[in-house]
Design a protein around this ligand. Structure first.
Ligand code: NDP
Ligand code: OXD
Length: 322
């Protein structure tokens, strides 16, 4: 009987959490965890599988016989384009818990802006009784840019709250209860959008897509109460946004507010002007973190499928870039 290949793990997550999750993972094949000093110098030439998030630059040279690569996250932009990336299938992380967390974050941000939570907190600190009459969610249109796994779940939850939700994606889609627009209909989509939610992967086409010209096409004088201007929310990738344009749009009133989980440079530098804007909500790329136990289970399940000759799930189309 041939022995099973261990799983090579190079995840730039919290090393303690990864080590704990690995204790019970891959019992019949084992693993090589490059974060563990005891594993660091192991021979990787016979390894078939690698689970990666921001891997070491020499990883593909040290592990030249990989058959399958797993992304430690839903996004694969940090893997695609890496020097030496072998031409083997790549599986990304799609997981219930990650999806649910993202939907919670998106719903939270939409409600924060709908109900001007920041304004209320400022009033509270000043002991001001500043009553506001917010629009109802149904009066507000949330436009989702990207209609993949995460955006579709978030959209359903926003609809349950009452928002009117529309969506835009590369290929045309039919989704119950939602007006959708394909790539060629971007301007029509933007012109109906009060709260823009970005859940796009980072590819050459989506780099810098959230810029001044796009913000200027969002619906103006919409129902967003005290704000009156559209809001931009992004949890996709930071390099899809032109950050200087967001700052300018907030300052010149093209945008009434923003919620950003991702940034051109992470961590967001301490001197970035976005930190200081009262109507910008910043979270440190933690809208939906990968849960390590679920990640290991997902990798195990896909390896079992692979070894049985069954089709893999959540395959990345490397040509498209996501
Ligand atoms: P999916 O691959 O399921 O969906 C991507 C969507 O974007 C699809 O609808 C796709 O269109 C659309 N799209 C891609 N390129 C274009 C384009 N050029 N023009 C128009 N639409 C485009 O991804 P997920 O929903 O799982 O994840 C989305 C992204 O969220 C990830 O790539 C990652 O960057 C980010 N993310 C962020 C996290 C965080 O904590 N902030 C956590 C997890 C993910 P089509 O349907 O036609 O293919
Ligand atoms: C991901 C992320 O892509 O956490 O999963 O950003």
């Amino acid at each position: 009987m041939t022995s099973k290949s261990p799983v090579l793990v190079d995840l730039k997550f919290d090393p303690k959490v990864v080590a704990t999750a690995l204790k019970t993972a891959f019992p019949d094949r084992g693993y090589i965890n490059l974060a563990d000093p005891a594993h660091r110098d192991r021979d990787l030439t016979a390894v078939d599988y690698a689970l990666l998030w921001k891997p070491a630059p020499d990883l593909f040279r040290r592990a030249p016989n990989l058959k399958l690569i797993f992304s430690g996250g839903a996004g694969v932009d940090s893997l695609i384009g890496l020097d030496g990336l072998p031409d083997v299938p790549m599986v990304r992380f799609v997981d219930r818990s990650l999806t649910v967390r993202m939907s919670e974050w998106v719903a939270l941000q939409c409600l924060m802006h709908l109900r001007d939570v920041v304004g209320h907190i400022q009033n509270q600190r000043k002991r001001v009784w500043g009553k506001q009459v917010a629009p109802e969610a149904r009066e507000v249109t949330v436009g989702m840019m990207g209609l993949g796994v995460l955006a579709q779940d978030a959209a359903a939850k926003l609809q349950a709250i009452g928002f009117n939700v529309i969506g835009w994606s590369r290929s045309a889609k039919q989704i119950k209860g939602m007006q959708t627009f394909d790539a060629g209909a971007l301007d029509a989509f933007l012109g109906r959008t009060d709260i823009l939610v970005g859940l796009l992967p980072l590819t050459p086409e989506t780099t810098g897509i959230y810029n001044a010209s796009l913000f200027a096409k969002l619906r103006r004088n919409g129902p967003l109460g005290a704000l009156g201007q559209p809001v931009f929310i992004n949890a996709g990738r930071g390099k899809s946004q032109v950050q200087a344009d967001i700052t300018a749009a907030i300052e010149n009133g093209v945008l009434g507010g923003a919620s950003l989980d991702v940034f051109e440079v992470e961590p967001l530098p301490a001197d970035d002007p976005l930190w200081a804007h009262e109507n910008v909500i910043i979270t440190p790329h933690d809208a939906a973190v990968s849960e390590e136990y679920a990640l290991m289970r997902h990798v195990e399940e896909q390896i079992v499928r692979f070894e049985r000759g069954e089709p893999l799930q959540f395959l990345v189309d490397k040509r498209r870039g996501y």
